[in-house]
Design a protein around this ligand. Structure first.
Ligand code: EPU
Length: 422
């Protein structure tokens, strides 16, 4: 069978400006949230990624009208004629975020049938907290033959304490609670910027959500929600990827359309590593160099701590630091598949779950590697840019799920990167 691969010839110095797209992890929640409205919702700044295509397929299966405007980044979602059908098609398993339809459909209709959502394999990814939240609002949850049946005659606001501050559970409960009777309180809620973005959309639609960005969120149920217009926040993980990539391979690169406050934990680590960068209101200028990089210790944590999604791309840069760096994962303790792939390129990394020990500096050499998940893909692209020779990355559908035009953006910065069918 033919397969698309990305090939990168390393060693080209990057320069120029790259514009960051709208946040993937906000988008994949905003699209399901839009069906809670009674009229059309227009979302702009939608990234061009395959997760959005998968979600559009799911929306159309529910009878929702989805129109992409000519600028290719504005989506009009009109749920006026939607029908609450069971979501058991293959598209559900293509991405993790299909689970946001659980909260949205439960909130709107009091009933959902959905097969197990998919997504990147990062070790176990349970959804027990989402389901407990739905139950606290009065729903019953049954799991039979791979399908969830969630039902409520009436949803009633309640106090919910999340054992872990889960991004997905916080958003899903918020969506289920917007139409519930009375007040819902989510304690130990997650504080990620994407949650604020989803609440902003819902509030524009007429929801009464307060406290997002803190660990206590209150939702006062409303009777109806209307259509609105919303612009998505910039993708802090895409931004982080380009910033790290520039630190590794740029002469001078400007990463624009960012919110630096969302990247504080990364930017301060990069300063510790010795990366030369200037932070402005909505952009960062990075002057890359692989000389004299210092090793660092990192522990991934919920926002505003160091993001788990960024540790994988950063590992590629740390292979060039002078000494041992240690990364400890507290969110997804098995998220280290990229280390094995980097080792194929010459990196010296020991993985002892939940940590990776990266011993640098080691030269990297172009090899055949596999993007085992989305951020592993980003890590391998960075490694490929600094490696000697040509790196071939397999299973790039993972990269296309979450990076808007990665190869085009990199080509514009002067990288030698291309796709081939083999
Ligand atoms: N958890 C539970 N039970 C639950 C839910 C979560 O035990 O019901 C645990 C998870 O296993 C994990 C921790 O809680 O150990 C945090 O998981 P969370 O629910 O916050 O993650 P998520 O919502 O499934 C989102 C992003 C991930 C990102 C994590 C952490 C989306 C679609 N995904 O996942 O993004 O790594 O938050 O910030 O928003 C990526 O972009 O590559 C990606 C994987």
């Amino acid at each position: 069978m033919m397969e698309d691969v990305i090939k990168i010839e390393g060693g080209y110095k990057l320069h120029g400006t790259v514009r960051i797209s709208g946040s993937k992890n906000a988008t994949v929640a905003l699209i399901p949230a839009a069906i809670l409205a009674q009229g059309p919702v227009t979302i702009c700044g939608v990234p061009n990624i395959s997760d959005v295509q998968s979600l559009s397929v799911l929306l159309r299966d529910l009878g929702v009208t989805v129109v992409k405007k000519d600028d290719n980044e504005t989506l009009m979602i009109d749920p006026t004629n939607m029908v609450n059908r069971p979501m058991v098609q293959d598209a559900v398993s293509k991405l993790r975020a299909s689970y946001y339809f659980m909260g949205a459909l439960l909130g709107k209709y009091g009933h959902v049938e959905m097969k197990m959502p998919g997504g990147c394999f990062l070790g176990p990814r349970p959804i027990d907290l989402h389901l407990k939240g739905f139950e606290a609002l009065g729903a019953t949850v049954e799991y039979k033959y791979g399908t969830y049946y969630i039902h409520a005659d009436e949803l009633i606001g309640s106090k919910i304490f999340l054992d872990i501050s889960s991004v997905g559970a916080t958003i899903n409960i918020m969506m289920a609670a917007v139409y519930a009777k009375g007040r819902t309180t989510i304690e130990n809620a997650a504080k990620e910027p994407e949650i604020i973005d989803v609440a902003t959309l819902l509030n524009k639609m007429g929801a009464q959500i307060r406290g997002v960005g803190t660990n206590v969120i209150t939702i006062d149920g409303v009777e109806s929600l209307c259509g609105c217009f919303h612009e998505i926040i910039p993708d802090r993980i895409e931004a982080a990827t380009y910033i790290v990539l520039a630190a590794a391979a740029a002469e001078e690169v400007v990463v624009e359309n960012i919110i630096p406050q969302h990247l504080e934990s990364l930017l301060s680590k990069l300063q510790e590593i010795g990366v030369d960068l200037d932070v402005d209101i909505d952009k960062v200028t990075i002057r890359g160099s692989l000389e004299k990089l210092k090793p660092v210790d990192i522990k991934t944590l919920p926002y505003p701590g160091f993001a788990t999604d960024i540790q994988q791309p950063l590992t590629a840069l740390l292979t060039q630091a002078d000494g041992q760096s240690i990364i400890t994962e507290t969110i997804y303790t098995e998220r280290f598949k990229h280390c094995q792939e980097l080792s194929k390129m010459g990196a010296n990394i020991n993985v002892m779950i939940p940590s990776s020990m990266i011993n640098g500096p080691t030269p990297l050499y172009g090899s055949e590697v596999t993007a085992t998940d989305l951020r592993c893909g980003a890590c391998l692209v960075i490694a490929g840019l600094i490696a000697e020779g040509i790196t071939t990355i397999h299973e790039i559908y993972h990269i296309d799920r979450g990076y808007d035009n990665l190869d085009k953006k990199l080509t514009a910065l002067g990288a030698n990167i291309w796709r081939e069918q083999i």
